[in-house]
Design a protein around this ligand. Structure first.
Ligand SMILES: Cc1cc2nc3c(=O)[nH]c(=O)nc-3n(C[C@H](O)[C@H](O)[C@H](O)COP(=O)(O)O)c2cc1C
Ligand code: SF4
Length: 446
């Protein structure tokens, strides 16, 4: 099944954002059901559903929740509504149109880990969204679904909103926690990881999940893990919001079953993107905003189903599924230069490979773009990027290296066009030392 609205329920139920409409249409019944069983049983259902985190890494949500030590008295749930990845604009739509489903999902997560509070961290520009969300939280408190003695269970948990101040890095979970604590938003050295004592919010065990991830949870609790797994693929169950932008006729957010559609369908079908303006040829796709490897739009790529596992086979990532389309007129070297400027600006500067690497990548790309590129410049930026990847404190360093490594590999002619014919020296693969540890990947951290 391609099109199904688990998240964008406003398409089936107008005004679902309103508390009364939400409740009349089964809203908060999943929370009641969750509270009627043990927290560990809720975790088991989410684990069995294999809901994967929608914030970018695709880490299994139930597994993440199970890392929280139940013995600790104070625990938190943090909702990541920072939404700052280039080309990602789905969480805002959820917050605006189906806020109670997010609040309900966050409360179910809070029950599952026995949290005492939920914090929704929204990017600074979402001040109007936060204002509305505060009203929706008050409605849920008045309904007995949030706050003291939730539904008479004896368990209390409040939901708070918090606005960031406009830094991309504050979407990275440990920088987000620093910012939430009122400190400068810079990633933390891990371990300890957020799930562990000492690593979470105010040093207490903390689950951090993306808005879209948590909005899936009420549906899973209501319908069960098997029903959820019946949508999508074995490794990528459920639906996903695809944020489609760039050179397409109908950019926008589209919800579809994972694996239910291909790039070609998403970009060209009338129900989705409706093709390339002016009937131009498609050249390249950024499947995960500025941070993921760019891919040439070959027939093989266009016929690839949109799942976590299929994107991996293309040596790219689905990430938060912010799909940016580029037509035949786009100079991919320009794209690399543009994205690099973004990462140079957003690098927090805490670790040397990212701080210096993004600075030098930007400088050399400026030189190439101005027509002053040296014969060895392509080799130089490839080398800088490869010496960043895996050697930085957080994944932003990897994100910044991606556009360089993959544009050089996949679009060598675009680079050559900026250099004189005899100066275009394309890089060879250097020997690779060991990278950042596997511990972070196993913990669910980026
Ligand atoms: C530089 C950087 C920026 C990120 N920005 C966001 C963001 O805006 N929103 C988000 O949900 N996750 C973002 N993430 C991923 C979070 O660190 C984290 O993995 C995610 O919130 C976990 O939620 P999930 O398991 O539900 O996906 C970012 C990661 C990095 C490294
Ligand atoms: S990789 Fe970049 S953004 Fe991340 S901690 Fe290091 S300097 Fe900061």
């Amino acid at each position: 099944m391609a099109s199904q609205n688990i998240i964008f329920r406003e398409k089936d139920v107008p005004d679902i954002r309103e508390y009364d409409v939400y409740v009349k249409n089964g809203g908060y019944e999943a929370l009641k059901k969750a509270l009627s069983v043990k927290p560990s049983e809720v975790i088991d259902v989410v684990k069995a559903a294999n809901l994967r985190g929608r914030g970018g890494a695709g880490f299994p949500t139930g597994v993440k929740w199970s890392f929280i030590p139940q013995t600790e008295p104070v625990k938190y749930v943090v909702v990541n509504a920072d939404e700052s990845e280039t080309g990602t604009f789905k969480d805002r739509q959820i917050l605006e149109n189906n806020p109670h489903q997010l609040i309900e999902g966050a409360m179910i997560a809070a029950w599952a880990i026995q949290a005492t509070a939920v914090y929704v961290y929204l990017r600074g520009e979402f001040w109007d969204v936060a204002h509305e969300l505060d009203k929706h939280i008050e409605e849920a408190v008045a309904g007995g679904f949030v706050g003291d003695n939730v539904l008479g269970s004896g368990w209390s948990c409040m939901v708070y909103t918090h606005l960031g101040a406009g830094a991309y890095i504050c979407g990275e979970e440990s920088a987000l926690l620093e910012s939430l604590e009122g400190k400068l938003g810079m990633p933390r050295v891990r371990p300890p990881f957020p799930a562990n004592k000492g690593g979470g919010l105010y040093a207490e065990p903390t689950v951090i999940n993306n808005v879209e991830t948590l909005t899936n949870v009420p549906w899973i609790i209501t319908n069960g893990a098997d029903a959820y797994r019946a949508i999508g693929t074995e490794q990528s169950p459920g639906t996903k919001i695809f944020c489609l932008s760039g050179q397409v006729n109908k950019p926008g957010n589209y919800e579809a079953a994972l694996g239910g559609i291909t790039f070609r369908q998403l970009i060209f079908d009338e129900a989705y993107g409706g093709g390339i303006p002016g009937g131009k040829q498609i050249k390249a796709i950024l499947p995960s905003g500025g941070s993921g490897p760019i891919i040439p739009a070959t027939d093989e790529v266009l016929d690839t189903p949109l799942t976590y596992e299929d994107l991996q086979k293309l040596n790219s990532i689905l990430g938060s599924a912010s799909i940016i389309v580029m037509d035949e007129t786009v100079d991919i070297t320009w794209v690399a230069a543009k994205v690099t400027k973004f990462f140079r600006h957003e690098s927090c500067g805490k670790c040397t490979p990212c701080r210096e690497g993004t600075y030098w990548l930007d400088k050399v790309l400026d030189r190439i773009m101005s027509g002053q590129g040296k014969p060895t410049d392509v080799d130089l930026i490839d080398n800088i990027a490869k010496n960043m990847q895996g050697f930085t404190l957080c994944a932003l360093g990897d994100f910044a290296a991606n556009p360089i490594i993959h544009t050089i590999k996949n679009f060598p002619d675009d680079f050559k066009a900026h250099l004189t014919a005899d100066s275009a020296v394309m890089p060879t693969e250097p020997a690779r030392p060991a990278r950042r540890g596997a511990a972070a990947a196993a913990s669910g951290a980026d």
